[in-house]
Design a protein around this ligand. Structure first.
Ligand code: F6R
Length: 235
């Protein structure tokens, strides 16, 4: 594991954008695993800038997102799909058919989960997976549990997550209670993992990377990955 500590969010985003850009230039048809949330927003804006300056080309890139709320789609402004279009996809030269996000609106969620794993396999897996970490130690929406769940699955959000994500909604009651999340397998099978965490995640991040692997802190599993970079920002 490479643990890089930086002082500012700007520096964290710049480094992360450089790592992603390097993957894209080395493998122009790479599969990028993407995350939503506050942490990667500036990284995405730097990637958009690089793309408008023609320093990075997303025309052959494929993406798979980690998660989506059950019941939400592009027309819901808090959906992860909408987040990704607003913060990245609408501003880069990616082909829409190469964008993949679990569909929270389908009637058969179990089938959507199975199809999502099949899709990731058919793409040949993920080359680089970008990750944030929840205050409860989640990655994607793999919430603390007694066992790791390896496949894409429907998950009931932990009360800690519901509270944390209520900042995007009018109030806590409006936060969906269920989500679809990529499981641990596609994440751990990715060629490279890049985790970003700010100061508010210090305690849980240190627990995840130094206190041993346990499903009660799902992010701890990434310490077993052979190509992991964690960028921690002291701001
Ligand atoms: C989002 C995701 C989550 C977030 C985590 C941190 O797609 O998978 O695991 O990365 O909840 O969110 P922020 O960055 O908002 O603190």
């Amino acid at each position: 594991m490479e643990l890089i500590t930086v002082n500012t969010k700007e520096e964290m985003a710049r480094l992360a954008a450089e790592i992603i850009a390097k993957t894209v230039s080395e493998k122009p048809d790479a599969v990028l695993g993407l995350a939503t949330g506050d942490t990667p927003v500036h990284t995405y804006s730097l990637l958009c800038e690089k793309c408008s300056e023609k320093l990075i080309d997303f025309s052959k890139i494929k993406t798979v997102n980690l998660d989506e709320y059950v019941g939400m789609g592009y027309n819901d402004k808090q959906s992860f799909k909408r987040f990704m279009f607003d913060n990245l996809f609408d501003k880069i030269n990616i082909k829409h058919e190469n964008i993949h996000i679990p569909d929270g609106k389908v009637a058969d969620i179990a089938l959507e989960c199975e199809n999502y794993d099949r899709l990731i396999n058919s793409l040949g897996g993920i080359d680089l997976q970008l990750l944030g970490i929840g205050h409860d130690g989640h990655i994607g929406f793999n919430e603390p549990s007694t066992e790791f769940i390896y496949e894409t699955h429907k998950v009931m959000l932990d009360p800690v997550t519901v509270k944390a994500n209520s900042r995007f909604f009018k109030n806590e009651n409006e936060v969906p209670r269920f989500a679809i999340t990529m499981g641990i397998s596609p994440i751990m099978n990715a060629g490279k993992l890049l985790m970003l965490a700010g100061k508010d995640k210090k305690e849980i991040l240190m627990q995840a990377i130094f206190d041993g692997v346990t499903p009660s802190v799902p992010a701890s599993v990434i310490t077993k990955h052979k190509n992991l970079t964690v960028i921690y920002c002291n701001e």
